[in-house]
Design a binder for this molecule. Structure first.
Ligand SMILES: NC(=O)c1ccc[n+]([C@@H]2O[C@H](COP(=O)([O-])OP(=O)(O)OC[C@H]3O[C@@H](n4cnc5c(N)ncnc54)[C@H](OP(=O)(O)O)[C@@H]3O)[C@@H](O)[C@H]2O)c1
Length: 237
């Protein structure tokens, strides 16, 4: 177990899982820097977290923009914000039926889920190295057990998994890079089909969706797992 009081960049901080992770890190005494696109939601979360720890800095960034990695890192440096660890919980879950799949679907998903995160870790490599830091990314059990209508998303998640495994090699032994390949916590399309939730839940051996707290537990464990790198821990499969 590492000492708390780490500086953790949480990407996708306003999402269902990002919020839970940012809350848990703040509660245990880490300082979080929050990024996502919506400035309003970032400020709301920062105000909430300020009640139980140091007020988090917020950096709105759209990762689909080509210069997003540089803008984010310039902003961190401009504010003298240290980054010891990174949690990657960002990105959309686009429905891209194969029959209508176009180049931009693949490019958009790859940019936000894989290209931008990999470049951000590369730009922060010296900070992470100095801090003997860790990167933990949320990937998807669907990479090895695909589901329909999400070719672009699953392709991008597979890419980031391979890329981060390669970074684990590049950055060892100073920086650890690990992933959590999770089953379903929430299904954005559940409302459109009442039987869908049941059908999807029963794909998991445990017969149910997970909770943000269950994912957070594993993310924090991997941040603290000082003898693990290049690992992909599966949960909820
Ligand atoms: N929830 C699940 O069941 C599940 C299952 C398997 C894997 N995962 C993975 O776990 C991670 C978190 O999932 P989640 O359910 O918390 O997702 P979510 O609720 O959709 O949140 C996604 C986060 O990413 C941000 N984001 C989206 N597009 C962005 C962009 N272009 N630039 C910068 N930020 C962007 C969103 O904020 P803005 O919209 O303000 O930008 C939000 O903070 C994702 O990587 C997802 O693929 C989730």
């Amino acid at each position: 177990m590492r000492a708390s009081g780490r500086n953790v960049l949480v990407m996708g901080a306003t999402g269902r899982l990002g919020v839970a992770i940012a809350r848990a890190l703040t509660t245990r005494g880490d300082r979080v820097h929050l990024t996502a696109r919506s400035e309003e939601r970032l400020l709301d979360l920062s105000a909430e977290l300020a009640k139980c720890g140091e007020k988090p800095q917020t950096i709105p960034v759209d990762l689909s923009k080509p210069n997003a990695p540089e803008c984010l890192v310039d902003e961190l440096r401009g504010r003298n914000l240290a980054v010891d660890d990174v949690v990657l919980a960002c990105g959309p879950f686009p429905r891209t039926p194969f029959g209508t799949l176009v180049r931009s679907d693949l490019e958009n998903a790859l940019t936000v889920h894989a290209v931008a995160p990999l470049l951000i870790v590369q730009l922060l490599a010296s900070d992470l190295t100095n801090a003997q830091g860790a990167v933990v990314a949320l990937t998807d059990a669907g990479v090895t057990r695909p589901f329909p209508n999400h070719v672009a998303y699953l392709t991008a998640k597979g890419a980031v998994q391979s890329g981060l495994r390669a970074l684990a090699e590049e950055l060892a032994p100073d920086v650890r890079v690990n992933m959590v390949a999770l089953g379903i916590v929430s299904d954005p399309e559940a409302d459109s089909d009442p039987l869908r939730t049941h059908r999807l839940a029963t794909r998991s051996r445990l017969g149910r969706f997970g909770t943000p707290e269950e994912v957070t537990h594993v993310v924090l464990s991997l941040l603290d797992s000082t003898w693990a790198t290049g690992e992909i821990w599966g949960i909820g499969r």
